[in-house]
Design a protein around this ligand. Structure first.
Ligand code: COA
Length: 694
């Protein structure tokens, strides 16, 4: 495989073909824009050339600028290379297959014609990394497809397929034939005397103030600046020439490129891709796709996992021990799809297709030919041991045996089988069909192939698979548990749920942690705490949530938990009853009360988790700091524009955090015992985000 970025120039029968080649997706590396410009100049100077084709190697066009180069000097800008395309006297056709994103689409938009293969995927995804298109995208796309459609693409960052691109008018034609041949045919069909079509001279068809007002309304709650700038720029395109609009675009782009939010989002982009890399993976091992999965247990989690398979187009068998349980599970799935239909995120036909992919059964005989089984029954160890010992007896020798347990040791579960190397955790987050995180838990005996297969299964479900080791809570929940403890203890010391929730929402969470707890149910965590307390005599009891759960305040489903809820409403309302319970606990245990600043609340919650995350990495239960960040972003709603827990922690500084934790250790005792890894990173003035398991 060629890994040196190159731009090839070939002339073939009067057609100059400029091919961008930078595997795998032809990100635009430094020097490539210059070579595109040189190719255009060369073709224009060569009397033997009639027309030019811009295309990409590796079955892709260009997936945009090389994100690693942002913030560094990188030669000429896309503004300059697209200007060379626009100014070419000879026609230029963009021949597009595969990804044509960001700067790639901007180069295509500057071309006179665009032909696409059915595989083409186009979009301006810059918003996802806190940027706006910087090579004319905000000026040319609205001229081609209208302001409304352009704003939709730029503000969502979504990709459109070839069919939609054609319907929107982004491409001139979609063809089954090889794109180079289609480009040549197009050139041969056009009259050489006809003027070249230029997007720059088109006018925006729906230049209506209402379009922009709507877009502003829609993005009002987004915290990143890029959205506001994108709207400003598309609006500017209605009254300015392309060069004028692009000058403003350039200025805004430069400002955003250096912003904290874009840096954090770029970090998150690479952190997610790094999490797919498993050290020690055999070079030549390609994990096979899971094609015949079975899920055991038709409860909320099992049903959600079955939906995730159906949503990915994979037929799945759903097994439950009881006919009623199975029936209830199928009804719950149907109700979830019905709710999606109401929100217009699915069609009736799609629901029919997906329901048909979920095959309910009461018999293990129906799953013996499956290539993966995911157990998702109650967290009862005897039940799990029985199921795994049965699976061991009946399943084929290559079947993956996975558990969705969030609490039970993988090694214990694996010990029920004669093939512990085939056993691992695939821990989904509720709702399993929605949340992107799939924590792949490695037991001591799990083979690397088992882990790679399980991780691939997660990715095939559209999830982000991140690897963790087996320990109480694994990496994701274990790293969050101290935050939960601190939020409860802060209450005992004088804070209120609504204050803590506000601090976390101001930080960027979509919901506060107490409102989330009301959604998942106070009874669930109550049971987990009971189990932990029974197993650990030093377990610090959390009196406030215990008392609320014992009062039947189980959360939103009963209209009362940390908040109260009016009938039919999901809006949390502060409840004096909760304040009384808190005051009662403080009285009973003689806990002094005081006021907390927002900053102290934020630090107490997040530093507790930073400390635990360092312990997890130190013990090798997570491979790298960035994996924990990926878990927080995709499992817990941590604000993406802050990069992740440990990325954020670096903005405070490991030394500052270590000092504060040491003080709290002295004041509050053992639970604040500083992590060794944190101490060593602090002493070396290092970056937490770069920490890796030894
Ligand atoms: N710059 C630098 N590297 C990029 C890149 C870019 N624009 N786009 C992809 N890559 C790299 C990835 O880091 C990954 O590298 P790795 O194998 O070393 O981890 C590799 O290309 C493949 O990408 P991946 O995301 O794993 O493949 P995919 O097939 O799932 O998705 C894309 C492909 C193009 C959809 C996805 O990579 C993407 O969204 N890229 C960013 C596109 C973008 O934002 N462009 C505009 C930039 S302004």
């Amino acid at each position: 495989m060629n890994s040196v970025p190159t731009v090839r120039y070939e002339v073939n029968d009067q057609l100059a073909v400029i091919t961008v080649d930078n595997p795998p997706v032809n990100a635009m590396a430094p020097g490539m824009r210059e070579e595109i410009v040189a190719g255009i100049e060369r073709a224009n100077a060569d009397p033997a050339v009639q027309a030019i084709v811009l295309t990409g190697a590796n079955r892709n066009f260009i997936a945009g600028a090389d994100i690693r180069q942002f913030g560094k000097a990188r030669g000429i800008s896309s503004a300059e290379s697209t200007a060379a395309i626009v100014q070419s006297a000879k026609p230029i056709v963009a021949a597009i297959e595969g990804y044509c994103l960001g700067g790639g689409l901007e180069h295509a938009l500057a071309c006179h014609y665009r032909v696409a293969a059915p595989s083409a995927r186009m979009g301006l995804p810059e918003i996802k990394i806190g940027l706006i298109p910087g090579g004319g995208g905000t000026q040319r796309l609205p001229r081609l497809v209208g302001a409304r459609a352009a704003l939709d693409l730029i503000l969502s960052g979504r990709h459109v397929d070839a069919k939609e691109a054609l319907a929107l008018g982004i491409v001139d034609l979609v063809t089954e034939q090889p794109v180079l041949g289609a480009a040549r045919d197009l050139i041969q069909r056009r009259s050489p005397a006809a003027p070249l079509p230029h997007v720059d001279s088109m006018t925006i068809q729906d230049a209506d103030e209402r379009v922009f007002a709507e877009a502003r309304k829609r993005t009002a709650r987004q915290r990143i600046k890029a959205a506001a700038y994108a709207i400003e720029l598309v609006e500017a395109a209605t009254s300015r020439s392309v060069p004028e609009g692009m000058a403003l675009e350039r200025a805004r782009f430069s400002e955003l490129e250096g912003s904290d939010e874009s840096r954090a989002l770029r970090y998150a982009f690479f952190a997610e891709r790094t999490s797919a890399k498993v050290p020690g993976a055999p070079e030549d091992y390609r994990p096979p796709r899971v094609t015949r999965p079975a899920v055991i247990g038709a409860g909320t989690m099992g049903g959600g996992i079955a939906m995730a398979f159906a949503d990915a187009g994979i037929a799945v068998r759903l097994l439950d021990a009881s006919a009623e349980g199975l029936e209830r599970g199928i009804q719950r799935i149907a109700a979830n799809y019905a709710a999606k239909l109401k929100r217009n995120t699915i069609t009736e036909d799609e629901i029919r297709e997906r329901m048909a992919l979920i095959q309910p059964t009461l018999s293990y005989d129906d799953i013996v030919d499956c290539d993966a089984v995911i157990e998702a029954v109650f967290e009862r160890i005897d039940l799990k041991l029985e199921i795994f010992s049965k699976l061991d007896r009946i399943m084929g020798p290559d079947a993956l045996l996975l558990t969705n347990s969030s609490a039970i040791d993988i090694n214990t579960i694996a010990s029920a089988t004669q093939r512990p190397h085939m056993v691992a955790g695939s821990h989904f987050f509720a709702p399993a069909n929605v949340m992107k995180l799939c924590e792949i838990v490695k037991g001591d005996a799990s083979s690397i192939e088992t882990i790679l297969r399980a991780a691939k299964m997660g990715r095939d479900l559209g999830k982000i698979s991140v690897i963790a080791g087996s320990c109480d809570g694994f990496a994701a929940n274990r790293s969050r548990a101290p935050l939960v403890t601190e939020m409860m203890l802060l209450l005992e010391e004088g804070a209120l749920p609504q204050q803590i929730d506000k601090v976390m929402m101001d930080f960027g969470y979509p919901m506060g942690p107490f409102a989330v707890s009301d959604l998942s149910g106070l009874d669930v965590s109550y049971d987990t705490r009971k189990r932990r307390a029974a197993a650990n005599p030093e377990y610090r009891k959390l009196h406030v949530p215990d008392r609320l759960a014992e009062m039947g305040r189980h959360g939103q489903k009963v209209g009362a938990g940390w908040y109260r809820y009016e009938a039919g409403s999901r809006t949390p309302m502060p409840d004096p009853v909760v304040a009384e319970v808190i005051a009662g606990v403080a009285r009973d245990f003689n806990i002094p009360q005081r006021q907390f600043s927002d900053d102290e609340i934020l630090r107490r919650l997040l530093f507790a988790s930073v400390n635990e995350a360092c312990k997890i990495i130190d013990e090798g239960k997570a491979l790298r700091a960035s994996d924990i960040d990926v878990m927080w972003l995709n499992g817990f709603g941590f604000p993406r524009h802050r990069g992740g827990l440990l990325y954020w922690a670096d903005s405070i500084g490991a030394d500052n955090i270590y000092r504060q934790i040491s003080e709290w250790h002295a004041a509050y005792g053992k639970r604040w015992q500083p992590s060794r890894l944190l101490a060593s990173i602090a002493a070396a003035s290092g970056q937490l985000r770069e920490a890796t398991a030894a």
